[in-house]
Design a protein around this ligand. Structure first.
Ligand code: GLU
Length: 575
């Protein structure tokens, strides 16, 4: 049987074939073991900054602020204060899990057809991305301030010092940043500020190993350090962002001073459900991450993955089919919950899961199509259509444990590699609005994730904390566009079902199925499954699958790191 993707599935495969933050050389893995503190981030400068803050007696949230500010400098392709983030926070003393939503919002005068061309067709992706059109109100600073108010120990200004100093004195450009700058030169150097900062007069990207100073970023951070959120959401910096977006000569956007001023980070309810002996907790809507990971796991609860093991094609058929089922529901039912009240947690209801499990048919074949199911709706809404948005891999995940045992699991993003390619105040602005569905309607029906003023685009970010006997056990997350969901899912299965260490689980070659076609990680043993998956009826593609899985396990008295060798991450401890 050959797998015939439905129309939606086919278009997903075309649009999702971009991988702008592409793979770079693999690094060696180094596992760090600790007893108290742990920091794992995508870049050693950020790891060191977080560690320095912990050393001063700072909390996990204090260390998060410093790590994020440094990441915006040294890994500008992935995240920064011009973007948004989701954070899971575990308060050890209160034994409480909180989740913070710092997702970008759509400007208040945005039309719902912003990503449609004059003939009524969705814009080509990069026509939408590059310029002001795709820029949402950034949420990172508000998330940092809100969580620091609750869980910070050190003064706000102190947390800005590592990034300000590094921006002034300069940091050594990493091979990955250099490679990505070279690949993106045509788009990124359209912006004068980005061109002047990243490229020389001949248009060559700053070399790997060169020292790059960013006085503009130091200046912006000094302002925000002194004035708090007002330094970012009001005044000259906000004005510079608004001007950059709204006065873009070829592709202006809608950001206004009022949009900036009204931005709020939000506390959301985490999404938790049981799997095997543990409880897996993730980020709720507007990120689809927690619901889609947890629904995939729930669908697999009756499958004996442990016995079949990672070398069995049948294991991968079941994982792939469970993921497809969850992605089908994600496409139809998941969006900003302040705008669309879909089934939400009813997607995890036992009766509904049983119905959907029937579609994981025995018989060893891929299903030709995987339509969304019919869960109970929290508030029934008629006629919603399934939709596919195009999320591109360019994001960062980091994990922190402080001396008191508090935990941060945070995924942060400017969306595409180098975001909208607009640079203001030494940082890049996001293109997160392209995470909305480009078409507000499909086949005449409304789409849940359509553009609306003030709305947050649906995300796939999946910062995760797993609990065992009610105590935190595993902290994990990844970049990777909507493949984040699969990277986190298979890492959990590899550890929980197949008994791999976290590092082994992270290094397991990726095999991803979201919409029908199976993607296998190029240059790895995953490609050995090509023939057996084809025989099951899957279309198979072999490609770079560039995760950035970072986290740790807390096993009794040992905390053991996991760092993705596909990027430039590092782990370190104080003890
Ligand atoms: N924009 C995506 C999201 O919010 C993340 C992109 C990425 O992981 O690179 O889900």
């Amino acid at each position: 049987m050959s797998l015939l993707p439905s129309k939606t599935q086919a278009s997903a495969q075309v649009t999702d074939s971009f991988t702008p933050e592409s793979a770079t050389a693999r690094q060696q893995s180094q596992v760090v073991t600790a007893r108290h503190t742990m920091v794992v981030t995508a870049n050693p400068h950020a790891t060191n900054a977080a560690l320095a803050i912990l050393k001063l007696g700072g909390s996990a949230v204090d260390a998060m602020v410093s790590a994020q500010l440094v990441l915006g400098l040294v890994e500008p392709q992935s995240s920064g204060i011009g973007g948004g983030a989701f954070m899971l926070y575990f308060d050890q003393h209160k034994q409480q899990l909180l989740s913070y939503d710092g997702r970008e919002t759509a400007p208040s005068n945005i039309p719902d057809n912003i990503f449609i061309d004059k003939d009524g067709k969705p814009l080509p992706f990069f026509e939408a991305v590059v310029g002001g059109r795709s820029v949402g109100v950034p949420g990172v600073i508000a998330l940092m301030a809100k969580s620091h108010q609750q869980h910070g120990k050190l003064p706000w200004q102190t947390l800005f010092q590592p990034a300000i100093e590094l921006a002034q004195k300069g940091f050594v450009v990493s091979p990955r940043l250099h490679t990505l700058l070279t690949k993106d030169a045509a788009r990124l150097s359209q912006d004068e500020a980005a061109k002047a900062y990243f490229y020389d007069n001949q248009g060559n990207a700053v070399a790997a190993g060169a020292t790059l100073k960013n006085p503009a970023y130091a200046h912006s951070l000094t302002l925000i350090a002194k004035q708090g959120t007002a330094g970012f959401y009001q005044g000259p910096l906000a004005k510079a962002m608004v001007d950059k977006v709204s006065r873009h000569t070829t592709n202006p956007g809608y950001l206004s001073m009022q949009d900036m001023q009204e931005y709020q980070a939000k506390l959301r309810s985490p999404v938790c459900s049981d799997y095997r002996q543990v409880k897996v907790c993730g980020m709720g809507l507007p990120s689809s991450g927690g619901l889609t990971v947890n629904q995939s796991l729930a669908l697999l609860a009756n499958s004996n993955l442990a016995e079949m093991g990672p070398n069995s094609p049948e294991s991968w058929r079941l994982i792939g089919e469970a993921s497809r089922l969850a992605f089908a529901d994600r496409g139809k039912y998941m969006a900003d919950p302040d705008f669309y009240q879909g089934p939400n947690l009813n997607l995890l209801a036992p009766e509904y899961i049983r119905q959907r499990q029937n579609l994981l048919q025995p018989g060893g074949k891929a299903r030709a199509a995987m339509p969304p199911g019919q869960p109970d709706m929290a508030m029934p809404q008629a006629n919603l259509s399934a939709e596919v948005s195009i999320e591109q891999p360019s994001t960062t995940h980091f994990a922190i444990r402080d001396q008191a045992g508090n935990l941060v699991s945070m995924t942060s993003s400017i969306e595409n590699v180098f975001g909208s390619r607009l640079m203001v105040g030494g940082f890049l602005l996001n293109n997160q609005l392209t995470d909305f569905a480009f078409s507000p309607k499909q086949a005449g029906l409304d789409v849940a994730n359509k553009v609306a003023p003030g709305k947050r685009p649906r995300s796939s970010m999946a910062p995760t904390i797993v609990f065992k006997s009610n105590q935190p056990y595993l902290v994990i997350g990844s970049p990777g566009g909507s493949r984040i969901i699969n990277y986190v899912l298979t890492t959990l299965i590899a550890h929980l079902d197949w008994g791999m260490t976290l590092q082994q689980a992270i290094e397991l070659p990726h095999m991803v199925n979201r919409f029908g076609s199976y993607e296998l990680e190029a240059g790895t043993a995953a490609t050995k499954f090509e023939a057996s998956l084809k025989a099951m009826g899957y279309e198979v593609t072999v490609k770079d699958l560039n995760s950035g899985l970072h986290g740790f396990i807390i096993d009794g008295n040992s905390i053991i790191s996991g760092v993705d060798t596909r990027r430039e991450g590092s782990a370190a401890t104080l003890d």
